[in-house]
Design a binder for this molecule. Sequence first.
Ligand SMILES: [Zn+2]
Ligand SMILES: [Zn+2]
Length: 355
Amino acid sequence: MDTDGYNDANRAFLQAFMGRSSMTLEDAQPILAAILSTHERRTVDPEDITQEHFTSYISAANTAISPFDLEIRSTLRQTQPDPSTTNGNTTETTPDRVYALVNTTSDPITQLSTTYTADEIAFVKRILDFMFDTNNTRLCEGMAISSIQAIQQAKVSALDRRHSENPATQATQGGAAQSLSMTQAESMMRNLVDEGWLEKSKAGIFSLTPRALMELRSWLISTYNDDDGNSRRAGRIKFCAACKDIVTVGQRCGERDCKGRLHDHCVRNFFRMQQAEKCPVCKQDWPGDKFVGERAIAASNRRQSRNVNSHSNASASADVSRGSASQSSPVLGGVDGADDDDNDEQEEEDGSDEE
Ligand SMILES: [Zn+2]
Ligand SMILES: [Zn+2]
């Protein structure tokens, strides 16, 4: 196959790539096979397209687009096991490597402004705040949002108004945002899925796609790992001790204040090289059943409903009845009666509503 120089096949590949938000080798095989069949006037079978071919087309494309501050980057998909069927057992499949076109200079929130209104962008910002702030507590690192919770973000709350007075968020919002209607919010969520920013799990929970994580990486860190004296926001985004990428789906250390996190697929490789399964940061035993992402939400929901049953806590039961329409009853940290250091956590959770 002719992969020397930059030719029509390279141009066709880049065009095909730009028409999608992300691509895996599996996606690329039929595309490259079709392009090469035309270019070389012979039938190329998708099976014949190897990772090597794909990589060479990616690298040629990168050379072509670099003057435009664009780069095709890749990351391994964080495994997304169905929480209803997993009890902490990680599957042995190798995750896909996902390639996506990333703008290397501009802020992704600013990029959205070419397509969306200021109020719609403010809504996206509230969705992200919910995922990485509200639903990302010491007790439950959900880093995701249910459909119901997403629609609830249509309305600008008093809290958000206060937020938008903060100069840091002001810059991206340009003044006080107006609420969206429920229909507008629903259609925004659909757009964000269609455009490859969000993906929706079987249980109806939205999380960031690999592409969004690549594109939003530095924005997420600067927004949620703010270290300028606002301690509550410090260190909300955590990194895999093995691959150093952001963990929004994976496993966490049993010690709540420890920053030890690992992706499911990294756990296997990481502990294969170790004597024992110890946390890479604090060296305590790695529990293997403490999660980040949707499984953390599922576990927290179970704790919460146990707690409601045993204590009939008024505020907790109100929470549950609000979310009872779906399996994904909202978890905002919630009450954790099962834990021994309960009081301390309760305090933490209560406090997280301020800001
Ligand atoms: Zn990792
Ligand atoms: Zn640890």
